[in-house]
Structure formats: C-alpha cells, structure tokens
Write a protein that binds this ligand. Structure first.
Ligand code: PEP
Ligand code: MN
Length: 269
C-alpha cells in the first residue's frame, strides 16, 4: 500500500516566528535552563546569566515525569508562575513540559513553547489537545519509537490544527548502558529529508553525562540540527534533578564559542 503523504512533508520548510525569534532550517535555536524549577531566586539567576550570553529561550520543568514516584515531581503551578515572571522580566521565551491533557488550557498562558516529553510522545489525546492551542510545541521522540512513529505523532498535532511543531531527538533506548540513552544522530538528516519541521537535539537526556554535552552538541550541529536543548545551571551539583547531566555556564559558553564554525557549514544564522 502506498504511504500517505503527511501534512508536514509538503511545502516549504517550516519557520516558526515566536516573538521575533525564528525557529527553522536556516536558523539555530539555543534553549537552555535547569531540568526543574526549584525556587524563584535560582531560576532568576540562571535566566539572567543565559540572557547575558545572548540566549533567548529558557527551559525549566514544573511538572516532571520521574521514573520513581519517590523523586521530586516538580513545583507544579507555582513553578509556572515563577517561570512566567522570570521570563517576562528578563525577556526570554519559556519552554516547559506539559504532562497531561487537563493542564493544557492553564499552561498555554504561562509558557511560550509547550514541550511533550519522551514518555508522552504516543499520548494521542494530549497531542490532539495541543493541536488546539497557538503555542509552538516541542515534540520529543519517544525513547522506544521509530522515526516514522515520531513523524506520525507530529501529524496528530498538525492535523488537529497546530502546524508549529518542533521535533526533538533526545536519545533512544539501546543495549548500551554507559550512557543513559543513545543519541541517534542519524535522526537529524533523516528528519530533514522526511519532514519540513525543525529538528533540535537534547544532548542532556540522551547521554546523562555532563562531560559529553559539548561533543554531542557540536556533533548535532555538524549533522545539521536546527537547535539544541541543554540542561544548564550555575551550580549543577546542587540541583535536585538530573545534576549529572546538567552543565554549568562555562561549558555552555564553550559550546557557544564553537558553534558558529559549525553553523557556517550549513549557512545557518
Ligand atoms: C525534559 O526535557 O525535562 C525531559 C524530562 O526530557 P525527556 O522527556 O526527553 O526525558
Ligand atoms: Mn531533566
């Protein structure tokens, strides 16, 4: 049977304009910030440093999908209030994960870009709901999903009415245990061939290892990624979630200092 052409497989590559910042093929988008929102002061301090470095997109989780029920689950709505206040004051576009259908209506007013985490890529009711909002959506690849399943998940959002989907490769499960997951670099050129959607890479959750973030970030840009999503904090060892993979501001500066050389290969801004 001939495969159906998906909506995001025809037309020009998608460019998403959010508050004057363009996400798409000809551009490069850096998103950084803590794994989770812990308190207002720390969030503000990280955000202020990122802004100084020229970063415009700020991540932070208020609702966390933790593997263990005994781990910190996030500050919830209070965290979103902090996120909105900090982002508005400093002038950043916020990114935060939405984990359930019931939260979408509330969250769309607090957050610039809504993220779907790896564990929810196949939550089609959630995707349908996200098709009804105006916020761009970062759709992470399910860690056990094929590229085709991921592209179809994006189609659920688009078909429901929201064309502004950004795909995020965040590592898949393989037999390797040294890293948390295995970053599928080949997903980048594959997505660029198979879809018009922007593709960004999360080296943090894929490796789970701070010392690898610079290499994987540069590898992702060299492979043509349209952006990076990196867990960053001024004091990673003192964070309560994902500290082993969170980089400090100096490493982020190093990543940024090398990125233009690689971006030139792709004529990206
Ligand atoms: C995250 O980005 O905060 C996150 C939990 O990522 P993932 O869904 O890829 O594990
Ligand atoms: Mn995390």
């Amino acid at each position: 049977m001939k495969k159906m052409k998906l909506k995001h497989q025809s037309g020009k590559p998608l460019e998403i304009n959010i508050k004057g910042q363009i996400i798409g093929r000809g551009h490069f988008t850096m998103i950084a910030g803590p794994c989770t929102i812990e308190n207002y002061d720390d969030l503000y301090a990280v955000a202020a440093e990122l802004k100084k470095m020229g970063i415009n997109f700020f991540r932070g989780g208020a609702y966390k999908m933790r593997t263990s029920p005994y781990n910190f689950q996030g500050l919830g709505k209070k965290g979103l209030e902090y996120m909105k206040k900090v982002s508005d004051e400093i002038g950043l576009i916020s990114v935060s994960e939405v984990i359930s259908v019931e939260d979408v209506e509330m969250m769309k007013n607090y957050v610039g870009i809504l993220q779907v985490g790896t564990r929810n890529m196949s939550n089609y009711r959630l995707l349908l709901k996200l098709g009804k909002v105006k916020n761009p959506i970062i759709l992470k690849r399910g860690f056990s999903n094929t590229i085709e399943e991921w592209l179809l998940a994006a189609e659920h959002i688009i078909e429901a009415g929201n064309p502004n989907v950004i795909l995020c490769e965040r590592g898949i499960r393989t037999y390797e245990t040294y890293t948390r997951y295995t970053l599928d670099i080949s997903a980048i050129p594959a997505v660029k061939k198979l879809s018009n959607l922007p593709i960004i890479v999360d080296p943090s959750h894929s490796s789970g290892r701070r010392e690898m973030i610079k290499s994987l970030s540069w590898a992702a840009i060299a492979a043509g990624a349209d952006g990076l999503l990196i867990e960053t904090h001024f004091s990673p060892d003192n964070t309560i979630c994902d500290s082993k993979q969170t980089i400090d501001l100096n490493i982020l500066k190093e990543i940024i200092s090398g990125k233009d050389t690689l971006l030139n290969l792709w004529n990206k801004k």
